[in-house]
Design a protein around this ligand. Structure first.
Ligand code: 5GP
Length: 197
């Protein structure tokens, strides 16, 4: 079991509706030492790639992306959730369906900050159905950037996103993959990831 799986078992809370709450250490209160270890681990897994930018989505992805970017020595760009219907022409836009909030968000990235020379590492906290990632992939493709890899902190392996993204051919690394979880018994089971377990 790796350091993140241990922490999920210790402090994660399984909610009804396939939601894992990790807000005591990852996406509300943040354990900075853990985030640093996560950043270091993403660097270990993607250090052979030429990364020029880390791309994520607000809000929960930002802190994680920053710690990873620190190890690569590159900037972070985050997709902003935008309420405005009239987006001017200088933005890449994607529509993302939110798993946790059950609504649609338009997300935007300024064309100033992503372009054809960029080699992107996409980072996010969770992977469920893959909508957030599909939006970030679409923005990267519109920018003509190269996606070098995708790093996820917690993948829920019983939802479709991981399979879809891997089938599209992307190099996807999830630090913990939840195979199964049950709110009634408060149990979480992880996929065995071999040497990264
Ligand atoms: P997807 O777009 O892959 O369906 O969902 C990914 C997004 O939904 C993530 O950015 C994350 O913020 C949120 N999310 C999905 N599942 C969970 C979960 O079980 N717990 C928490 N805290 N967030 C989740």
């Amino acid at each position: 079991m790796n350091f993140l799986e241990e922490r999920i078992l210790k402090d994660g809370i399984v909610k009804e509706g396939n939601v894992l709450k990790v807000d005591s250490f990852l996406n509300h209160q943040m354990d900075i030492e853990l985030l640093d270890k996560i950043g270091e681990e993403f660097h270990r897994r993607f250090k052979d790639k030429k990364i020029t930018k880390v791309l994520t989505i607000e809000a929960s992805g930002i802190a994680i992306a920053c710690f990873a970017a620190r190890y690569f020595g590159v900037p972070v760009v985050f997709a902003k959730k935008s309420k405005s219907v009239n987006i001017d022409g200088d933005m890449y836009v994607a529509e993302i369906e939110s798993f946790t909030h059950n609504c649609k968000n338009q997300v935007i990235v300024s064309q100033k900050f992503l372009g054809t020379d960029d080699h992107i590492l996409i980072i996010d906290d969770f992977l469920a159905n893959g909508c957030a990632l599909q939006g970030l992939i679409s923005i990267s493709e519109n920018a003509g950037a190269t996606i070098e890899g995708i790093g996820i902190v917690i993948e829920k392996g019983f939802q479709i996103g991981g399979k879809v993204i891997r089938n599209l051919g992307y190099h996807l690394e999830s630090l913990a993959i939840v195979e199964d979880m049950d709110a009634a018994t408060a149990t979480v089971t992880f996929r065995n990831q071999g040497e990264n377990a």
